[in-house]
Write a protein of this length. Structure first.
Length: 101
């Protein structure tokens, strides 16, 4: 969390140069989440899901954001999508579904 201002600066520059890069948009959305700016994170991460064509990590990030906003049904849907996408976060998403967390 100490490097968030520097990360913000770098990500804003990257997105300005490549606004359709889903990985950049996801990283920026996750940065907003870490800053506690959940509504802004939600908008960025919903866009990142589209840009990455449903990347599992992005679905999990969006699920965490929905959960922080108290949108449990939407969070569960995103965790299911993350689990079903496989990849590195599939088990973490499945565990969140099992725990209801």
């Amino acid at each position: 969390n100490r490097e968030l201002p520097e990360a913000r600066r770098l990500l804003e520059r990257a997105i300005a140069q490549s606004p359709e890069n889903g990985a950049y948009v996801d990283s920026y959305g996750w940065l907003l989440f870490r800053e506690g700016r959940f509504e802004e994170a939600r908008r960025a991460l919903e866009r990142a899901v589209v840009l990455t064509e449903g990347d599992g990590v992005v679905h999990e990030h969006l699920g965490d954001t929905y959960r922080a906003l108290g949108l449990e049904d939407l969070a569960r849907r995103e965790y299911e999508a993350a689990r079903d996408a496989g990849g590195e976060n599939a088990e973490a998403a499945a565990a969140k579904l099992r725990r209801g967390r």
